[in-house]
Design a protein around this ligand. Sequence first.
Ligand code: CU
Ligand code: ZN
Length: 494
Amino acid sequence: MATDLVIRNVRIIDGTGGPSRSGDVAVEGDRIAEVGDVGGVGRADASTTTIDGQGLCLAPGFVDVHTHDDGALIRHPGMEFKLAQGCTSVVIGNCGFSAAPARVGEYDASGLLGVRPTWSDLEGFAAAVAEVRPAVNAVALIGHNSIRNLVMGNERRDPTDAELAEMRQHVARAMAQGACGFSTGLIYEPGRYSGTDEVIELARESAAAGGLYASHIRNEGDRLLEAIDEAILIGAEAGLPVQISHHKAAGRRNWGKVGQSLARVDEANAAGADITLDVYPYTAGSGPMAQYFDIERIDPELASVIRFASCPAFREYEGRMAVDVAAEQGVEVADVIRQVLTAPDGDKTICIQFMIDEADVATNLRHPLMMVGSDGVVDLRGKPHPRLFGTFPRVLGHYVRDEAVLTLEEAIRRMTELSARRFGLVDRGLIAEGRFADLVLFDPDVVIDTATYDDPKQEPVGIEAVIVNGALAYRSGTHTGVGAGRMLRYQPAG
Ligand code: CU
Ligand code: ZN
């Protein structure tokens, strides 16, 4: 068999975190066939594609460990916003919201996924995804909010024994169908109505299948440390690894607290726990606005940092700060929030909240167990948070090259090997013979995000080529449309 693709004379950053070296990488079929010295690999013939890697870096394809791409895989199978960043795999079903299980024909209650299910379980969802031939690979978490909604609606109470048993079955079934774990979003409805015991019971089903527990913890602000403790407790009681999602300290009075919560994580790990984390490299969050406000008591501090991303009720507000809209109308900012939330379709508003300290982002990125996850919300009609398009190049360009917060090799490790191992992406995350050929070729001197809050739907620069399962999916700014991504089945790290 001749080599299908060879990248020559490139700086190989293999994902281990070790020093990079120059060499060639040859691909046959969907696998890396050879990694070797310059000019030393490949059996090239007329059918071989050769890429000159002079001056460029080759890394394993990036794994976006925190996404809400469940519906996007079907709505936007080209996944351009991910592929152009160098992402070759995404973890879906985060923050307790997953596209499966579902009731056929019923949109997810969160408004995050934006897809009408033709499936009822993960197997059906995976088949629907495979049919549209997505550009990137995906592995699924099973979401607590989704199953709770399915079994008991938006009820503000504990489940009955029968309901708990039914929820447990949903988790067990998804795990059997290839999910990598169980996720919660304990600030959201209906997850916020659950007690710790309920979560432990459900996490046990993930543990039984060797899966993990990924959590948008119950509080990321005034009670951040208590919420970290709860996640640690759930991991200990249910007996499984924990992923703290988009770790942050929200709200000015809590800035700096991430140092304390990371210390708690380190302490727990030293005592035998298995906790890892992820972060997005921005000082603003984003999500469904209705979930962040109590309509009877609009929090003025939060209202003052809100920007509208997608606002079906008032499209003219998209891309604007609520305070600016309020000033223009001569009303209080709380009135603007109330006006939006009480309008028809107001509950479908996606907002952006500027609530994170820049120094905390750097503190997070310095931590050796910190992965990178975009947390992008895929509503392309408005002005989405720029993290949807810019996360990975922003870490490489801004935090590695410009700010020297971490080395390039270490950043790559935490975008690839660490993430692939954690989320059970078998044979991915490393450049080594026999591994899947998920690769990204980039220019380390140029790579940077270009998406901004004002102009968020911009692809980054400096990503030269992206290869998914051996197929060239992106080259010099062009999406090839090859659709080589796969739904992956989780396998616990051995
Ligand atoms: Cu999220
Ligand atoms: Zn979240």
